[in-house]
Design a protein around this ligand. Structure first.
Ligand SMILES: *[C@@H]1O[C@H](CO)[C@@H](O)[C@H](O)[C@H]1NC(C)=O
Ligand SMILES: *[C@@H]1O[C@H](CO)[C@@H](O)[C@H](O)[C@H]1NC(C)=O
Ligand SMILES: *[C@@H]1O[C@H](CO)[C@@H](O)[C@H](O)[C@H]1NC(C)=O
Ligand SMILES: *[C@@H]1O[C@H](CO)[C@@H](O)[C@H](O)[C@H]1NC(C)=O
Ligand SMILES: *[C@@H]1O[C@H](CO)[C@@H](O)[C@H](O)[C@H]1NC(C)=O
Length: 842
């Protein structure tokens, strides 16, 4: 029953089954002072509920009765003599929401004394209408692969109750889903709009070939769907699954260098949704994408393509709604550019120069004309054929040369050549594919016969001694052979090679083509330990073959020795980093790993550790076995990284280092605790049922997230005084259960469990202050108070905690007040907001 201003809510008066104005009933009303002089009044009355009395207007002389007119609707009236305003029946919000009456008081002769005044009765809605769907059954169509969350149909329900109240606030949900193949639903409904859309799972799995019809039972509830006594209604929704129209076309083949008028239509895509905007974008980064899409989904190639520039294209077409949001998954389109023969053969060299010795015989292979064709390889478009078109001079005859038509290999046709007849021939070789032809120029030099072998200046170059760390590329020897054939031809040029003693090409020899001087260089690193000495034999030959009857002999060979000397190298570790993972709880003296190093010179190696700041590890200096030296702790250091040193036994200056990294895996070895950042308090006097959040923390590694359980220990009356309820994984509410708490600090024994494996339990005594508060959220603490708890020490402890909190909270606008007692014993309140004190605190 609310009385305030001109608002009179009469929801709670007991309805009178049949209205009679017996004094007994009325006295109660008078007791509630619902009578008064005539004036404008507003009443708020819930619909339904039956007959009732709302008010009594009192008569003031000379008035003797009331006269009422207006929207009485047969059930509202004011009794003329008594002035009682009553409803003789039930109001209905859905029929009429406001009733206005005009009332005036009249004297004995019927003329107006006071008024007219307006009495307004506002009918208030109660939830008396269930929601109703606007169809008895719905059906809809969804396309395969529709975007999750994109509505394809709506259901709609109405409720006759007051739309401004929860009574007509509707919430839709899916009650059943037939058939149901998956744990997750394939469809979802927006609880506010009634929009039905596929879920992610649905978007993925819906397939008309597997299941083309689904029936959903959709429920609608009023009261926002939040309470169990809401009205509900349900309806069947039949959904047909249709094949997706939005499908990628199969690979498209386009002939290159097309002469058609562009753009040329190559395919079409179609969205499942009407009115989408199509767009195209490249998958690869291209200077330009030679494709476009029309607003109807027709895909075009915009210009002739060139296979030799790019032979495949991959791009996406997308469908978007007007906001630019993708309507469907992008479709990938693949285009293969087909070859046409549009490239001529190309000579690999502008001029191919070949040499022929005077006496070479008919059929001798003298070289190859090389040409290429950019059209697709291994197709007729790039098949080349070779013909000799002309020979210049034709002396002593034409056709001195022959070319193999499919390979371009040139041979002497029949006879040997002679420098006297011509020292040089020019050939024009015609190279053709099926459509194009190119001419490659060839120059053939007739050279002296190769009848001289290279002769070394000496047959033994003795030996050279090299440190094993001599750098690669160092020239270690110069050698010289001479050849008396025609200079600057393949008959006199010398090629030096290691004939024996160098299986791994540790050495390489380069020739100065003008002087035929050879330079022996180191090609790969020397290693005393694997190869301390090389007995090399060097071979000198010509690129041109020798005439028959002349052979290379030992004068074209030279010996050379390389002696490699040892350099004392430091030990070498097998790995640069030794890593292992161990559990943080392994006992002292556990073998953690073994490191290994060797000395290239074969000396034995001693091991030691460096940087073991926590003294967690020790190493067996002879074996490299690493043991724990003390207990480890992941919470101190999760990745422990130190160095291990290997030293030569005989020469301690030779040492090398490697990293040793120990990953400590967590063991649940820390007990959960209550976070004590903020002191826990309740304002005195406690009324029971207030609550405050407490938080648990744990130093151990948490699996994904920490989870704690909170409970009260069965001691110190804890369960009678307090209550704990879970808030989330790390927080719980603590509430006093009753109002009988003193103003002091209570110990609340709380049992915490973490979610480690195995879980750990901890009992903590949470200090909870019951303190006087000066305003909401602020504790007013008296310290140094005689004969009262908290004790001085404890109170100072609390004070300190409070001071810390003040430091943190002052900006948050929370005020804490403190009282400090003077030495004499008389209380003098002092406000912590006092500026001097504040400055000290912050
Ligand atoms: C109230 O309504 C009932 C039936 O509709 C009628 O019999 C009764 O006389 C009415 N009482 C008044 C005070 O109008
Ligand atoms: C309606 O849906 C929203 C979001 O989808 C959700 O937060 C809310 O809890 C739902 N309401 C009911 C009554 O299920
Ligand atoms: C297209 O073909 C013609 C001959 O058919 C050729 O001249 C032209 O270079 C070719 N264009 C490209 C880009 O290959
Ligand atoms: C050649 O290489 C192999 C494999 O690396 C090695 O075993 C051998 O000792 C090498 N020989 C010489 C002569 O360097
Ligand atoms: C190798 O042959 C050349 C002539 O070709 C000759 O002068 C030389 O003496 C020969 N050397 C040996 C070792 O037979």
């Amino acid at each position: 029953f609310v009385w305030g201003g001109s608002r009179h809510l009469l929801c709670c008066l007991p309805p009178t089954p049949s209205l009679s104005f017996s004094q007994a009933t009325w006295l109660n009303l008078e007791g509630l002072s619902v009578s008064g002089p005539l004036k404008d009044m507003d009443f708020f009355v819930q619909e339904g509920g039956g007959p009732r009395i709302l008010h009594q207007f009192t008569l003031e002389p000379p008035a003797v009765s009331f006269r009422t007119s207006g929207e009485k609707d047969g059930i509202i009236d004011i009794e003329a003599k008594s002035g009682i305003l009553y409803i003789n029946g039930s109001l209905d919000w859905e029929t009429k929401q406001v009733h206005k009456l005009q009332v005036e008081s009249v004297n004995g002769s019927g003329s107006t004394v006071d008024g007219p005044y307006t009495v307004t009765i506002h009918v208030e809605d109660i939830n008396d209408n269930p929601p109703e769907f606007n169809q008895t059954k719905y059906s809809g169509v969804v396309r395969q692969n529709s975007r999750p969350g994109k509505p394809f149909m709506y259901v709609y329900a109405t409720d006759r109750d007051d739309p401004s109240t929860l009574h007509a606030q509707l919430s839709y949900s899916i009650l059943h889903h037939f058939p149901k193949y998956f744990e997750e639903m394939l469809f979802q409904i927006d609880n506010v709009t009634g929009a039905i859309s596929p879920t992610k799972t649905g978007s993925y799995y819906l397939d008309p070939l597997k299941q083309d019809t689904f029936t959903l039972v959709v429920s609608v509830k009023d009261m926002g769907g939040t309470t169990t006594n809401a009205f509900a209604n349900s309806v069947d929704v039949v959904i047909t699954v249709m094949e997706s129209l939005w499908k990628a076309p199969s690979t498209i083949y386009i002939k290159e260098n097309s002469t058609e008028v562009h753009p040329v239509n190559i395919t079409k895509v179609q969205s499942n949704e009407p009115g989408v905007i199509y767009d195209i974008f490249e998958k690869e980064k291209l200077p330009r994408l030679p494709f476009s899409i029309s607003k109807d989904g027709d895909v075009y190639v915009t210009q002739p393509l060139d296979r030799e520039e790019k032979d495949t294209y991959t791009f996406f077409v997308v469908s978007k709604d007007s906001t630019g949001e993708l309507v469907e998954k992008p479709l990938q389109i693949q285009v293969i550019v087909e070859d046409i023969n549009d490239n001529p053969p190309v000579c690999q060299q502008d001029l191919t120069v070949l040499e022929v010795q005077e006496n070479e015989q008919g059929g001798s292979n003298i070289g190859t004309v090389l040409a290429t064709d950019m059209d697709q390889e291994n197709t007729p478009n790039s098949r080349l054929r070779y013909h000799i078109q002309s020979q210049e001079p034709e002396n002593p005859s034409k056709n001195l040369f022959y070319i193999q038509q499919d390979t371009g290999t040139l041979q002497l046709a029949g006879r040997s050549l002679s420098k006297r007849e011509s020292a040089k021939y020019n050939l024009k070789v015609l190279v053709t594919d099926q459509q194009f032809q190119t001419i490659c120029d060839v120059e053939i030099h007739v050279i002296d016969i190769n009848d001289q072998i290279p002769i070394f200046e000496k047959s033994d170059y003795g030996s050279v001694t090299l440190a094993e760390n001599t750098p690669i590329g160092t020239v270690i020897l110069e050698i010289q052979a001479t050849d008396r054939d025609e200079p600057a031809t393949g008959s006199s040029l010398i090629i030096y090679q290691m004939k024996e003693g160098d299986p791994n090409n540790t050495f390489i020899i380069e020739t100065d083509a003008e002087t035929n001087r050879g330079f022996v260089k180191i090609n790969k690193a020397l290693d005393f330990e694997t190869m301390p000495e090389y007995n090399l034999v060097i071979n000198a030959t010509n690129p041109e073959p020798l005439v028959s009857g002349v052979e290379y002999n030992s004068s074209s060979l030279a010996a050379f020795n390389v002696l490699v000397t040892n350099v004392d190298e430091p030990p070498v570790f097998q790995k640069p980093v030794f890593k292992t993972e161990v559990s943080e709880d392994i006992p002292v003296n556990t073998l953690v790993m073994t490191v290994e190093a060797y000395d290239p010179e074969g000396d034995s190696v001693r091991y030691s550790l460096e940087g073991d700041a926590r003294k967690w590890l020790k190493i067996d200096s002879a074996t490299g076995q690493v043991y724990t030296a003390s207990l480890l702790d992941r919470e101190t250091e999760e990745v422990y990284s130190i160095e291990v040193v290997a030293t030569e036994q005989k020469n301690a200056a030779q040492k090398s280092k490697a990293f040793l990294v120990l990953h400590l895996s967590d063991v649940n070895d820390n007990h959960p605790q209550i976070a004590t950042d903020n002191p826990t308090f309740f304002c005195y006097p406690v009324s029971g049922g207030e609550r405050t959040l407490i938080q648990a923390i744990d130093a151990d590694e948490q699996f994904f997230y920490s989870r704690f359980t909170f409970s009260l220990a069965n001691e110190m009356n804890a369960r009678n005084n307090w209550e704990i309820s879970k808030y989330n994984a790390t927080h719980a509410y603590l509430s006093p259960k009753h109002a009988n708490f003193e103003e002091k600090v209570y110990d609340v024994p709380i049992i915490l469990n973490d979610n480690g494996k195995p879980p750990l339990e901890n009992k903590v005594n949470l200090k909870v202050s019951i303190c006087k508060c000066s305003s909401e959220n602020s504790c007013f603490i008296e310290i140094d108070r005689q004969h009262s708890r908290p004790s001085v020490g404890l109170a100072i402890g609390i004070l300190l905690a409070v001071l810390i909190v003040i430091g943190k909270r002052i900006l948050a606008g929370v005020f804490w007040h403190m009282k400090q007692k003077e030495k004499k014993g008389k209380s003098q309140p002092k406000d912590a907001k006092d500026n001097a004190e504040l400055n000290r605190l912050t």
